[in-house]
Design a protein around this ligand. Structure first.
Ligand SMILES: *[C@@H]1O[C@H](CO)[C@@H](O)[C@H](O)[C@H]1NC(C)=O
Ligand SMILES: *[C@@H]1O[C@H](CO)[C@@H](O)[C@H](O)[C@H]1NC(C)=O
Ligand SMILES: *[C@@H]1O[C@H](CO)[C@@H](O)[C@H](O)[C@H]1NC(C)=O
Ligand SMILES: *[C@@H]1O[C@H](CO)[C@@H](O)[C@H](O)[C@H]1NC(C)=O
Ligand SMILES: *[C@@H]1O[C@H](CO)[C@@H](O)[C@H](O)[C@H]1NC(C)=O
Ligand SMILES: *[C@@H]1O[C@H](CO)[C@@H](O)[C@H](O)[C@H]1NC(C)=O
Ligand SMILES: CC(=O)N[C@H]1CO[C@H](CO)[C@@H](O)[C@@H]1O
Length: 544
């Protein structure tokens, strides 16, 4: 199939119509587009933590100790909890399952407190939630997805050696989770344990990066590198860590400027799209300068990029269109990075931020420097402390949560608790691109694939519009998001040849699945086909 030559409809769609949306933002020429939709005005709880499962349901929870939420526990049950700080007897739920297709929620039952915790999804699709606060800080909770409405949380008391509050979890190639840090925990441990002797192991790096009294190293940014080691960023610097031999393999330079980037300074980070076994690159954006809490100093407006496997890695700094603390960074199916939610001043913590940043920004990592950031349509709702965002299968981004107060507080004038859930549709979902959008025909959703396997991905597009060399197939791991960091987030660009026609309007692109668990730990991924930057609806694939 030959690529089409430049034609008038193409020019209209890609150059002339977007021109209508052009506007100036500071010194950056940007395309303001994208759309916001309010999905539900009340899901009953503030979405502090979210995880998408392979049933297209999103598990959402906050803390069990905010007082009564706005949704009752299932079947008229109540929790009696003498360890609570707010209510001894609580008949409301603090976790819900959001069902994307029906746009509805149902309450789930959490017994102990998962406040400010972490999690990951295991190879079989089960969400494993780690730690929390108070009576929940040593507990693990499992949620095995089902397509009926019968599944609920199962709690394992005392499954952790150390208290894990503000820790980061990451799924490993061997199927276990590693749990890194947490408040006053300069150690890591695994779940499940291999034996009774499997304990918590010291990680001095976390003590070294702890700003006394301020911390600034909680929820460390942890990424599985393509060599199997962990890249761990805390405060203002990073290490490459071999968790099996328990040695630091590499110390990276401090990020230029030296400002802290982790909770409560709360910037965010992503592992940029992976194309092969060596090109891994991390980007860290935003945060708060040291001492921003209470003074509401302006948030950091810089991002640093680093190629973590270079012989002498160094940071390349870029400037965002605006400063942002508590921004979420999400990988989109096209390999671009969405920066969304957060504030222009202050830090994470109760009542500690001001100046909501309502406009999402899309960062295009492959554009030339200076033309990578685009500012998009603002939301009407602030999404401050305890807000979250995640990608779903149809390419929209769910945005929910906002509770910068000790309890649910709907009366304050300053950023009331927000129980709504919205969707941000990035510009690629604009109907004017419908005639470029691929539809995946095969493999079927929930297909099982093997490492290194060639997959013939078939798709249709509307008549006569294939640009074979612009087709890209990506696999995105659904992440566990809380406190502005999406744990386990990774996107693989699958290598392949150009797409070609196999039947009228049907095209095929052979691509090679990731070669190992270091690139893509076993489990469920969303597979997308993008054509001229416009992604299909994704399908679920399970790699092993
Ligand atoms: C939720 O809030 C509404 C409006 O304030 C109230 O009528 C309803 O009873 C609340 N539901 C629960 C379960 O708290
Ligand atoms: C609630 O009751 C329904 C119907 O009896 C049952 O199917 C469901 O499992 C119950 N849920 C819980 C969490 O007990
Ligand atoms: C909680 O306590 C109340 C009385 O205080 C009792 O009626 C109820 O059965 C208890 N519920 C549970 C789940 O233990
Ligand atoms: C791997 O990918 C990176 C970019 O992600 C690229 O710079 C590098 O050349 C690639 N290496 C190989 C061997 O293809
Ligand atoms: C921020 O400042 C407030 C008010 O002084 C304080 O209560 C809170 O603990 C601080 N938060 C952090 C994370 O330092
Ligand atoms: C086809 O896609 C390639 C790669 O994205 C691009 O360089 C080229 O300009 C496109 N051709 C047309 C006619 O749009
Ligand atoms: C341990 C604890 O703080 N329990 C509290 C549970 O809630 C009741 C009612 O608000 C309080 O009186 C208890 O002190």
């Amino acid at each position: 199939m030959k690529a089409h030559t430049f034609n008038l409809p193409f020019l209209l769609q890609h150059i002339m119509i977007p021109l209508l949306f052009l506007r100036f933002h500071r010194n950056t020429l940007t395309l303001a587009a994208g759309k916001w939709d309010l999905l539900l005005s009340n899901i009953g709880i503030s979405a502090m933590h979210m995880q998408l499962l392979n049933t297209d349901r999103v598990i959402i929870f906050d803390t069990t100790d905010f007082g009564a939420s706005n949704i009752s526990l299932p079947n008229g049950t109540c929790r009696n909890n003498s360890n609570n700080l707010t209510l001894k007897r609580d008949c409301t739920a603090h976790s819900v399952e959001y069902h994307v297709a029906s746009n509805s929620v149902r309450p789930l039952t959490l017994i102990t407190d998962p406040f400010c915790s972490s999690g990951a999804v295991r190879a079989d699709g089960t969400l494993v939630q780690i730690g929390g606060f108070n009576d929940g800080d040593h507990n693990v909770r499992m949620y095995k997805p089902c397509s009926s409405n019968s599944c609920d949380w199962q709690e394992i008391n005392g499954a952790l050696v150390q208290r894990r509050w503000y820790s980061t979890s990451h799924i490993l190639p061997d199927g276990r989770l590693i749990i890194v840090g947490g408040r006053r925990q300069f150690s890591y441990e695994f779940f499940p344990k291999r034996s009774g002797a499997d304990k918590a192991y010291n990680l001095p790096f976390l003590a070294q990066t702890n700003d006394r009294g301020l911390e600034n190293n909680l929820y460390p940014f942890v990424f599985l590198n393509t060599d199997g080691n962990l890249f761990i960023f805390a405060n203002n610097r990073a290490i490459l860590f071999d968790y099996l031999k328990r040695v630091v393999v590499k110390n990276y330079q401090q990020i230029p400027g030296g400002d802290p980037r982790n909770y409560p300074s709360s910037g965010s980070a992503v592992l940029l799209p992976l194309k092969n076994g060596t090109g891994a690159e991390v980007m860290v954006c935003g945060g708060a300068p040291r001492g921003a809490n209470g003074t509401f100093n302006g948030a950091l407006n810089t991002c640093g990029r680093i190629r973590i496997n270079d012989p002498n890695p160094s940071w390349t700094m870029e400037t965002m269109p605006m400063g942002r603390v508590m921004g979420d960074m999400l990988l989109l199916p096209t390999g671009d990075v969405l920066i969304i939610n957060g504030a222009g001043s202050g830090a994470a913590g109760w009542e500690s931020a001001r100046n909501p940043i309502l406009s999402p920004v899309i960062y295009r990592p492959n554009n030339r420097i200076g033309s990578r950031f685009e500012v998009h349509t603002p939301s009407a709702r602030p999404r401050m402390y305890h807000s979250t965002a995640l990608l779903i299968r149809d390419g929209r981004v769910l945005v929910s949560g906002n509770n910068p107060h000790v309890r649910y507080n709907f009366k304050t004038n300053l950023f009331p608790t927000d129980l709504s859930i919205e969707a941000f549709s990035p510009p690629y979902l604009d109907p004017r691109f419908a005639n470029l959008r691929p539809t995946i025909v095969s493999p079927p959703s929930q297909a099982k694939i093997r490492y290194g396997q060639t997959i013939n991905v078939r798709f249709t597009i509307p008549p006569g519009r294939l640009n074979g060399s612009s087709v890209m197939v990506t696999m995105v791991a659904p992440s566990f998001v809380t406190h502005t960091f999406s744990m386990n987030q990774r996107l693989l660009v699958l290598s392949g040849r150009n797409a070609a026609a196999v039947a009228s309007l049907t095209f095929q692109i052979p691509v090679v699945a990731p070669s190992s668990g270091n690139l893509a730990p076993s489990g469920y991924y969303l597979l997308f086909v993008s054509h001229q930057g416009i992604p299909s609806v994704g399908i679920w694939v399970q790699i092993s």
